[in-house]
Write a protein that binds this ligand. Structure first.
Ligand code: MG
Length: 383
């Protein structure tokens, strides 16, 4: 039997705020990544469509970085209309056998939940992750305690909700227009579809309040382990009129010899970042034997290393670099260098340190034969 074609639809339509207000929750960062980017990554490579609010283009692009959904769809006035628009876009692109309809504000989706949902779809039209209600439920009126609502049979409903694609598309097309469903399972039920409950996961709870985001941040932070990496680099002087140092062109009475632009500072920092994630060194990623890197700007090496940290689910916390030479003087350029490195690493400048020292005229740096740099990077990555 061939595997059913499974597609995913992330609904990010909610504004959560008025224009000019705070960034809607789905675009806010948790653990260094936007909430919706976590949701996208958790879908683990499934062909994914995203429905976002009108005017969210820039926020969405920012949040997704280089993640590429199959399609982006502009949401409707209600959640139901947004889902409908997304389903129609999937249908227009050739359809699917099954679809997961997921809220962008539920960033942490265990693979086991997806597995339970698709397994349930083998013999049902729809499947929904749920959790039991553990607290006592009581009706209140005007702040006064009323009757206890029996918990028996009550569950908390999560997403993604999984459906046979053709069935949920038909159900949405046939929905009576005079009421709004709270979720897609209701649309499915109204169309007579058989929807079953599968076990959900507390990780899947929706991030609704600011405190939820803070709690998620703390949980992710606790799951990351801090590591440090060191880097060291040397380049020899040759005739020239400037050196490249931490991405800046600095006039000097000599140049630095190297295959790339010989930026000794950026090379040391790049090696420190790679060291912290145990991923080789600058030479293994950008071999000097490869003519592509001749005369190239070293900023791209550092950007690449930072991308590897992000791809590993990590965050760079701090970088400290010491440049070792008698000349040129580093002090006047220090702040511009920090700003340039912060820009390359997409980090606040307050977490970048650039220092300089001479070697009291001792050794090769003391004799002005070349420059050296050493760096240390602190990175947090999943354990
Ligand atoms: Mg080098």
């Amino acid at each position: 039997m061939t595997q059913p074609r499974l597609a995913a639809l992330i609904v990010a339509g909610g504004s959560g705020s008025r224009a000019g207000g705070p960034l809607p929750k789905q675009y806010r960062p948790v653990g260094g990544m936007a909430v919706i980017a976590h949701a996208f990554d958790a879908l683990n490579g499934l062909p994914t469509w995203i429905v976002a609010g009108a005017g969210h283009d820039a926020m969405l692009a920012d949040a997704l970085g280089d993640r590429a959904p199959v399609g982006r769809v502009i949401g409707g006035a209600t959640r139901r209309l947004s889902v409908r628009a997304g389903l129609e876009a999937i249908a227009a692109a050739g359809g699917a056998d099954q679809v997961l309809i997921h809220d962008a504000a539920r960033p942490f989706l265990p693979a086991a939940v997806i597995e339970r949902l698709t397994t349930a779809l083998v013999s049902n039209d729809g499947a929904v992750p749920v959790l039991p209600v553990v607290d006592t439920m009581v009706r209140t009126e005007g702040g006064l305690f009323g009757d206890v609502v029996p918990r028996e049979g009550l569950v908390r409903v999560q997403t993604p909700q999984a459906f046979r694609f053709a069935a949920i598309l038909a159900a949405h097309r046939g929905w009576r227009q005079d009421a709004e469903p709270t979720d897609d399972a209701q649309v499915a039920r109204a169309a007579g579809l058989r929807v079953v409950a599968v076990q959900g996961d507390a990780m899947l709870d929706k991030l609704t309040h600011d405190a939820d985001l803070a709690a998620a941040e703390a949980r992710l932070g606790a799951a990351l382990v801090s590591r440090t990496g060191s880097g060291f680099d040397v380049h020899v002087f040759e005739p020239g009129d400037h050196v490249m140092l931490c991405g800046l062109r600095i006039p000097h009475d000599a140049g630095l010899k190297g295959h790339s632009d010989a930026d000794v500072g950026l090379h040391a920092i790049t090696d420190a970042v790679l060291g912290a994630i145990g991923d080789g060194d600058i030479g293994s990623h950008f071999p000097p034997s490869d003519p592509r890197w001749r005369g190239e700007e070293s900023g791209q090496f550092l950007r690449h290393a930072a991308g590897l940290v992000r791809a590993a689910g990590g965050v760079i916390d701090h970088v400290d670099c010491t440049i070792i030479c008698e000349a040129p003087r580093i002090g006047p350029h220090r702040d511009a260098m920090r700003a340039r490195v912060a820009d390359l690493l997409e980090m606040p400048v307050t977490r970048i340190s650039i220092k300089a020292t001479t070697t009291e005229r001792l050794g090769f740096t003391g004799r002005g034969e070349g420059m050296a740099a050493q760096a240390i990077a602190t990175v947090r990555t999943p354990a």
